[in-house]
Design a binder for this molecule. Structure first.
Ligand code: GCW
Length: 664
């Protein structure tokens, strides 16, 4: 009997140890330690607001705030603060002031993070105001719980259990988002099932919205433009058909009855086979405005995507601009055009989409991809803040020097009703949420940049590492550098110098520059993008080619058009370049290509060595998980190098230099 008990105890202990380790990834960057009774006695936390969000802020602070009295104040007159907050000293301790309850919540997480990071509060004073009004995640989650381009398991939303059974992860998810300032989420895939608008699903959505509300998060839905026909039984979904308008009016009313603070709709229309207003000879503006008018009384938004392209003779990179610029001035003020950061599709490196800034009287928002569709899925360690910042900081010159993408979209250069920024989520049901432990950093970085796009990639990496892993200087310093380097590394071993879209067909994981399917669309074939032949490689988008350069403002047009001034990291994006072209390094283009691919491989190997040295700072579970992923990444990098060089060599007909590692 005693033996049995002992065994049970040992089993239980083993289970708890395994479990507590497994908890590590699940906690994300939220690792605050509960206050002791003594610490609680030594400080007071007060607020006069009964708002549930303010109460949530107080609750977090009650649990984790260690020193100094805190006063949480809502000051309706502090209009400059919007969703932000101010923290200052008053005679009894610190005062956290916000115009709205949600500002108190952001302030609370700010204080807890600062406490974690070891900040001194003796003369603390800070004001934080978010860069964008709507900071939104886009989930590409299907109703059957698969996730399009998701690499962290099934969807978090357990539709088959809702609205009755509620997973604790819904609240954990909301809390994690609120802690980095994310205030909105689109629950379902832009390739939207019409079913999401059925009453059955709306009742499930309501439950999630109710949970998220306490964290200041609004729910949005992707809608299928054919919903009136498919689930409403109408003869068509023509936006100018009165019955169709009526159907949407009623549907939207139903949504708001269930979810009074519902955010709005995201629409992918007439893109990659999705239905849209053009099916009825109408424009994107006709479609968007019809929905916007029905949303208006409730304050809802329409986010209308500009990711459109067709297999025509026209360069894919030019098509969004061509379709949308003529529609400028035609959209309602509660419509915002959602534009991907690059003109093709979330490649390791692209120039910014030329549409940014080109529509002078239409609100525009940027869409980034946090999930790594084209960046090694959740197997590769690629820190995305440098990629996000590269686009946000790009100068479009649309309203003169300094018209960065950030300023075009955040409302500083042009007044908009609401500014917004979107990130396609990398979150799934995996215990660590994102598949790769370092994928969490990209969720975090998106939130932080949405809150403040002026933060540097280094600052964000530094914070995230200290909150998530360890505060040891050597660890933080070393890993922050590795993270910053990792974006350029992936460019090097996948697609250096402006190469793009040479991925394996459909799944987009490995290389397939030779890919060709006679039955397939030309613009889905890698050759369309790399154009390699005996003369050279690259896409001629200059004036003598597709003239995509013509969509950029001066001086960019001239800079990109000229082979000598075009930045070398975008050379093959804009030019078809001869194999013997002399690069700035004095190497030929061919040798340079070999050099970059090899460099990428060597860098990942270095990442492996670096991580191995970090073992003493990291718990075994996360250490091993990251170590294994780096092995995959290292192998994949060699695969990319060998595949691309051996294939392109059939055109360049030149030897691979002996100075680099030979293909296996
Ligand atoms: O990047 C491409 C993806 C599709 C995606 C589409 C889009 C959701 O390969 O999976 O569909 O873009 O952004 O609409």
């Amino acid at each position: 009997m005693l033996l049995l008990r002992l065994r049970l105890i040992v089993l239980y202990l083993c289970f708890s140890i395994v479990n507590s380790h497994a908890e590590d990834g699940r906690k994300l960057w939220l690792r605050y330690i509960k206050v002791s009774d003594q610490q609680a006695l030594n400080r007071t936390i007060k607020t006069t607001s009964n708002h549930p969000v303010a109460q949530q802020a107080k609750q977090e602070l009650d649990n984790y705030w260690k020193s100094t009295n805190l006063q949480l104040t809502i000051n309706r007159k502090a209009t400059n603060l919007k969703d932000g907050f101010r923290i200052q000293q008053n005679k009894n301790g610190l005062e956290l002031i916000a115009q709205h309850a949600v500002g108190l919540l952001y302030g609370a997480y700010h204080l807890l993070n600062e406490q974690e990071l070891g900040r001194d509060f003796s003369s603390y004073q800070i004001e934080e105001i978010p860069s964008f009004d709507i900071r939104i995640l886009n989930h590409w989650d299907n109703l059957d719980r698969t996730v399009e381009r998701g690499y962290a398991g099934y969807s978090l939303w357990k539709w088959e259990e809702l609205p009755i059974q509620i997973s604790p992860r819904y609240e954990e998810y909301a809390r994690a988002n609120a802690s980095i300032g994310i205030n909105a989420t689109v629950l379902n895939n832009v390739n939207a099932s019409p079913q999401i608008l059925s009453s059955e699903y709306l009742n499930k959505v309501k439950v999630l919205a109710d949970i998220f509300r306490k964290y200041g998060i609004k729910v949005y839905l992707s809608v299928n433009f054919s919903s009136p026909k498919v689930i409403g039984g109408l003869k068509d979904s023509d936006p100018l058909n009165k019955d169709v308008q009526h159907w949407w009016k009623h549907k939207i009313k139903e949504v708001y009855q269930l979810i009074p603070d519902f955010g709005g709709f995201l629409v992918k229309a007439n893109s990659e086979g999705q239905p849209g207003p053009q099916d009825y000879g109408r424009t994107h503006a006709d479609g968007a405005n019809m929905l916007a008018d029905e949303m208006k009384p409730y304050g809802g938004m329409i986010m209308w995507r500009a990711f459109v392209y067709n297999p025509t003779k026209e360069d894919r990179a030019k098509q969004a601009y061509q379709e949308f610029v003529p529609l400028d001035n035609q959209f309602r003020d509660n419509v915002i055009v959602q534009i991907k950061n690059g003109p093709v599709d979330f490649q390791p490196r692209e120039p910014f989409t030329s549409l940014f800034g080109a529509m002078k009287n239409t609100a525009q928002m940027i869409e980034f991809q946090i999930t790594q569709e084209y960046l090694g899925f959740s197997n590769h360690l690629v820190y995305l803040a440098p990629l996000f910042k590269e686009t946000l900081d790009s100068d479009t010159y649309a309203d003169g020097v300094g018209s960065t993408v950030a300023k075009i979209t955040d409302g500083t250069l042009r007044k908009v009703q609401k500014s917004a920024i979107a990130g396609v989520a990398n979150i799934g049901e995996d215990r660590n949420w994102t598949g790769h432990h370092f994928g969490q950093a990209n969720w975090y970085a998106f939130g932080r940049l949405a809150w403040n796009h002026q933060l540097s990639s280094e600052e964000i990496a530094d914070e995230w590492l200290r909150l998530t892993f360890s505060k040891e200087k050597e660890f933080v310093h070393t890993m922050s550098k590795l993270m910053i380097d990792s974006r350029e590394t992936v460019v090097n071993y996948m697609m250096p110098m402006g190469l793009h879209h040479i991925f394996a067909f459909d799944h987009h994981y490995g290389p397939e520059p030779w890919g060709d399917r006679p039955s397939g669309r030309a613009d889905w074939m890698p050759w369309y993008y790399h154009n390699a032949n005996v003369n050279g490689i690259g896409f001629n988008r200059t004036i003598s080619g597709s003239n995509a350069v013509g969509q950029y403002n001066e001086p960019l047009r001239t800079i990109y058009n000229n082979i000598d001034s075009c930045p070398e990291n975008l050379l093959l994006w804009f030019h078809h370049v001869s194999w013997n072209h002399k690069m700035k390094s004095q190497r030929t283009l061919w040798d340079e290509l070999c050099f970059y691919y090899d460099q990428g491989v060597q860098e990942v190997r270095e990442f492996q060595r670096t991580w191995d040295q970090m073992e003493k700072y990291v718990d075994a579970e996360r250490f091993n998980a990251v170590q294994s992923k780096l092995k995959i990444q290292s192998k994949d990098a060699v695969w990319w190098k060998d595949a691309c060089l051996l294939y392109f060599q059939t055109f360049s007909r030149q030897p691979i230099p002996y100075s680099i590692e030979r293909p296996i």
